[in-house]
Design a protein around this ligand. Structure first.
Ligand SMILES: [Zn+2]
Length: 125
């Protein structure tokens, strides 16, 4: 468990990559890092982190229960970050759905920094 490679595809150890963000030891310093850590949070079924990193004004459009169910019902295979700017990250998340069918979630996510903390706002997909 201690030496697992990070789910986000960085090639770094999970404990030195996304885990410190997910456990709250560190704040993601940029939109891309936040996006990667949110993918990893799906992989480890951490809905609390996904909720906490959603922009507060947008939380009404999500439910923690639905996030957890979505995280748990899929098997997260890999993440590909295609492009990113300071506030937008385009990625493909590869996963197996409940029927074990291979799926790709392709999204352009928007992020915002408020009080020095990055949040996920929404995405086009
Ligand atoms: Zn990572």
């Amino acid at each position: 468990m201690n030496n697992i490679i990070c789910y986000c595809g960085s090639g770094n150890l999970f404990k030195e990559c996304c885990q410190p963000y997910i456990t709250g030891i560190k704040k993601a310093p940029a939109a891309e890092a936040l996006m990667r850590s949110r993918y990893s949070a799906y992989a480890v079924h951490n809905a609390d982190y996904l909720w906490a990193t959603t922009y507060p004004k947008r939380r009404k459009y999500h439910s923690k229960k639905a996030i957890l169910q979505w995280a748990e019902s899929n098997q997260w295979i890999k993440l590909e970050v295609l492009n990113f700017t300071e506030t937008v990250v385009e990625f493909k998340a590869y996963y197996l759905d409940e029927m074990l069918k291979a799926q790709i979630h392709h999204e352009k996510s928007r992020f915002i920094k408020e009080n020095n903390i990055w949040y996920y706002v929404d995405g086009d997909y």
